[in-house]
Design a protein around this ligand. Structure first.
Ligand code: ADP
Ligand code: MG
Length: 638
């Protein structure tokens, strides 16, 4: 039942006003319960018609009690769990058993009405995922062997050439091979600014081609697209419980059992202890059973979590579970990876020092074609642009946090990386070479040393631009209550200092090996959230109490993190933290309210100060209020 919104669909089309079939049935049954109740009351008090009275109340009991009763019995026999809803049905039957049929019917009507309202409220958070699934077109025009034809999604194959016309939705993740256009990616990122596409750019399935007609090559089967994975993820997210949720769920059954066990005790106390007659004692015991039931407690947390997750998804922040949302609300430290997170990881080669520059660059490129590090792409691109052919190397191996090494066809070891890697190969740099590296660092450029065996063949500088908005995002975070914000990087001290200053971070740790990052994450004041791009920092994301991945374009590392920022910047991070904190506060408020109602009303019920219908009203009213409090978060703007 419980799913969540994704994307800005709300902006394009209002949520459908049509009710889901389940909700329609609920509305129908609630109406029927009300009609039965009214007929019963009319028969009993106005017309004095026993037949009408009986028919009316019977209808109310059947329509109001059977749906909940059936589910509760199912839970009892299959999961051996005592559902709180069962208590409501029992209380109604208990009231009827001593002739208080009207009260029992009123109870069932209010109960049924409140359940319907809850379903409607929670359904509002779920309607959008449906629209998301329908974002995928049914098929696409494909060019195979020179002829164009229409293919269904299942028929699409990796490597097929899609023809995407203006106004069409992209049918599968693909790469543009011809033509230029701009694309509305709001279905994936929540961001409605069109993104320009040219040959080489990636197109995500479900996004809308706005103006030009383009050809694009299919990268993944339609079922594996980013969109399909997002949908699967959102569906899965609903099944993962937050801590408070699992606590309340674990206690639901024992609590309901306790209430049930207390009912005879209350009855005995009133009847035997205080000498009340059987009917009065029994009615009070039933009223106690209703008001002491933790319906509001049980729904307190899920109502909040679902709404918050839906609001987040609409802004392009995906929580993989409500546990992740809960965790973000309590985070004390946020650690940021530098490359690809605070910076764009779209590096450019800015500097080469070498006796033979083309040879050094060709060798570096030969090594770096085997690497996925952002530095690698800068060097390979620069070599290509200068018309150099990358040197062929074999057995290339990454040395995490240092660079990579391989062998020339003749067997000589070659490498590209930082000072640590140079030391590893016994290469010593001259004073002049150290000066070059220091100068590069001072300008904020990362450096790469290229060597063969013990010989240093060249020094290169690569510069990385900040992600737009990194500084503003970190500024916004200052006011959000997260005490520590730290940058972690494998890069050199000077580069780290320069980047930290540019984004306005006061804390940073430089020169870290991947294992140092893991150690620091465990040592920083917790709970710690780690923000990375998920590409080469998956272990750190996994080690942190909470892993947050920034999507880089449409390549989304969904697996490594608990939270995914779909916009390729940090602009939604502070909002997500505020939302998570608001969710926490609302859960606490809800739970306090729910327990307060029980503590206040249950003694009044025992004391006979509250008639059964009023007790029911207080109880169901409390439940609805708690759900509406959660629903408020649906309107939260990140
Ligand atoms: P970060 O993400 O903080 O930059 P990494 O662990 O990815 O940290 O890299 C740390 C350092 O290791 C880089 O700054 C660079 O000096 C070196 N390095 C890593 N991979 C490569 C590579 N493919 N080519 C050159 N240098 C590399
Ligand atoms: Mg990185």
């Amino acid at each position: 039942m419980i799913t969540s919104t994704l994307t800005s669909i709300h902006h394009h089309s209002a949520p459908p006003l049509t009710l889901s079939p389940a909700l329609k049935t609920a509305v129908l049954l609630t109406t029927l319960t009300l009609l039965g109740l009214l007929a019963g009351l009319t028969g009993q008090h106005l017309l004095h018609q026993p037949a009408l009275t009986w028919a009316g109340y019977l209808t109310a009991f059947l329509a109001g009690g059977i749906p909940a009763g059936r589910e509760a019995l199912h839970a009892l026999f299959t999961a051996h769990k005592l559902d709180v809803d069962l208590l409501m049905v029992l209380a109604a039957l208990g009231a009827a058993s001593i002739g208080q049929t009207a009260d029992g019917a009123t109870l069932l009507f209010l109960f049924s009405l409140s359940n319907t309202l809850q379903d409607w409220a929670l359904g509002r958070t779920s309607s959008a995922i449906q629209s998301l699934i329908t974002l995928n077109p049914e098929g696409a025009t494909v060019r195979r062997a020179g002829t164009e034809r229409w293919c269904t999604l299942d028929e699409l194959q990796v490597g097929d050439l899609l023809i995407v016309k203006p106004g069409e939705r992209v049918a599968a993740d693909a790469r543009v091979t011809r033509g230029q256009t701009s694309v509305d990616e709001s279905s994936i990122t929540g961001e409605s600014v069109p993104v320009d596409k040219a040959p080489g750019s990636a197109l995500a399935s479900g996004t809308v081609n706005l103006n030009g007609s383009v050809e694009a090559q299919v990268l993944r089967p339609a079922g594996d697209s980013t969109l399909a994975r997002l949908v699967a993820l959102m569906e899965q997210a609903q099944t993962q419980k937050s801590r408070t949720e699992s606590i309340t769920e674990r206690w639901e059954s024992p609590y309901a059992m306790t209430v049930l066990a207390l009912v005879p005790a209350v009855f005995a106390l009133l009847h035997l202890g205080f000498g009340l007659n059987v009917t009065e004692a029994w009615v009070r015991a039933m009223t106690f059973m209703v008001v002491a039931s933790p319906c509001a407690v049980v729904i307190s947390t899920p109502a909040v979590m679902l709404s918050a997750m839906a609001a987040a998804a609409r802004a392009g922040v995906l929580f993989k579970s409500s546990a992740a949302l809960d965790a973000l609300g309590g985070v004390q430290t946020i650690a940021f990876d530098k490359t690809g997170t605070l910076t764009q990881a779209r590096m450019t080669l800015t500097h080469v020092t070498a006796p033979d520059k083309p040879a050094a660059l060709a060798l570096a490129a030969g090594l770096e074609v085997h690497s996925e590090h952002p530095i690698a792409q800068a060097i390979v691109t620069a070599a290509r642009e200068q018309g150099l052919t990358p040197v062929t190397v074999t057995g290339a191996q990454a040395v995490p946090g240092q660079g990579l090494e391989a062998r020339l066809p003749g067997g000589r070891i070659v490498w590209a990386g930082n000072l640590r890697l140079a030391a590893r190969h016994g290469a010593a740099l001259s004073a002049a070479q150290h000066t070059v590296l220091d100068d590069l660092s001072r300008q904020g450029s990362s450096s790469v040393i290229v060597g063969a065996g013990q010989d240093v063949l060249g020094l290169m500088g690569v510069a990385d631009a900040l992600r737009p908005g990194s500084r503003a995002a970190l500024n916004a975070l200052k006011g959000s209550g997260v005490a520590h914000r730290v940058m972690l990087t494998g890069d050199r001290e000077e580069v780290a200092r320069s980047v930290a200053a540019q984004v306005g971070l006061t804390e940073y740790r430089a020169g870290l090996l991947p294992e140092d990052k893991l150690r620091l994450i465990a040592e920083l004041p917790g709970p710690v959230a780690m923000v990375g791009d998920g590409v080469n920092d998956a272990p750190a994301l996994a080690r942190a109490d909470l892993g947050i991945a920034v999507a880089s374009g449409t390549d989304v590392a969904l697996e490594s993190a608990d939270v995914i920022l779909m916009r390729s910047d940090l602009s939604t991070l502070a909002g997500a933290v505020r939302l998570a904190r608001a969710a926490r506060r609302t859960v606490i408020l809800n739970l306090s309210f729910a327990f307060a109602v029980i503590l206040l009303v249950a003694p009044l019920a025992v004391a006979g100060r509250i008639p059964l219908p009023l007790g029911v009203l207080a109880h169901e009213g409390g439940t609805v209020i708690v759900v509406l409090m959660g629903l408020r978060l649906l309107r939260f703007r990140l």
